[in-house]
Design a protein around this ligand. Structure first.
Ligand code: PAF
Length: 282
């Protein structure tokens, strides 16, 4: 496995590896790799000939500098994990190298996909995601790119980006991975202490409550209200949103039942912002 820091190194390696006649799988990450990433990398390793994992904490997708500054950076460990999971190359450029200067992102408007939920609560977030993913797709030129289901809205945004700007590329989605007590794995969990981890589990518990209430005959609005009320009682979880959406459009879901109906939640625990989701119908 090789570790590449510049676009020049990446392109040289691609040339030497016969990139043009092989299928490249790509897993973009911001590092601090956990089992969720590992399962994505393993899934990707079965799909093509060359597997590139990128690691870059992308400054343009953070709406708060404090969040960017607190993001864990564990490159050496990440490289070992990526290699073990089957990567052929880790591409870890500096932001300046990838952006070709000072990192900046232009506004992107895909309607509710970029403006609602995560887009509304983290202004500019998807501008930064689209900017960096577009640059990474241009650099790596993958056949398949893999994204985790935990970032459900990001998946929909990236699919739209791929449709518009990288039509030959196929975006594939890896299942959300949870710990033994249901907490969705996230690099941000590393910033929670034991109490925080306990509180954080209430996100997935709330999703399960909504799913059960809905399965038992409550309407979508009633099931969501129940979930919101339960969370209001907890002072260690600050709810940002809990809703049911159509995962393809990120419009609120209230209509005829469909497999793309998902419960989405975002909340802060110990000042760490966490998101989770699950299908409305289980
Ligand atoms: O999901 C992430 O880790 C990031 O948003 C991504 C896709 C690597 C872009 O920086």
């Amino acid at each position: 496995m090789v570790l590449l820091h510049s676009l020049e190194e990446l392109h040289k390696w691609q040339h030497q590896s016969g990139w043009s006649v092989r299928k490249t799988c790509f897993v973009p990450t911001m590092g601090a790799l956990h089992e969720g990433h590992v399962s994505l990398i393993r899934q990707a390793s079965k799909r093509g000939d060359l597997l590139v994992v990128s690691i870059l904490v992308n400054p343009t997708q953070f709406d708060k500098k404090s969040d960017y500054d607190a993001y864990p950076v564990t490159l050496e460990q990440d490289v070992a994990i990526a290699e073990e999971a089957g990567a052929d190359a880790v591409f870890a450029p500096s932001a300046e190298e990838l952006y070709g200067g000072i990192p900046a992102a232009s506004p992107v408007d895909y309607g509710p996909l970029t403006q609602a939920y995560e887009g509304a609560h983290r202004p500019g977030h998807f501008d930064g995601v689209v900017a960096v993913v577009d640059l990474l797709f241009d650099a790596v030129k993958p056949t398949f790119a893999f994204f985790g289901e935990k970032d459900l809205q990001q998946v929909a945004v990236v699919k739209r980006l791929a449709e518009e700007r990288h039509p030959k590329l196929e975006v594939l989605v890896g299942s959300l991975v949870r710990d033994g007590q249901g907490l969705a794995l996230s690099s941000r969990n590393a910033r929670l202490d034991e109490q925080g981890l306990f509180a954080a589990r209430h996100l997935s518990q709330t999703i399960r409550q909504v799913q059960s209430a809905f399965a038992e005959g409550a309407s979508v609005s009633e099931a969501l209200e129940l979930g919101r009320l339960q969370l209001l009682e907890r002072h260690d979880v600050v709810l940002e949103y809990l809703d049911a959406v159509d995962a393809r459009t990120f419009r609120p879901f209230r209509g005829q039942m469909s497999d793309s109906a998902y419960v989405v939640i975002a909340a802060q625990v110990q000042d760490v912002r966490l998101i989770d989701n699950g299908p409305l119908r289980t």
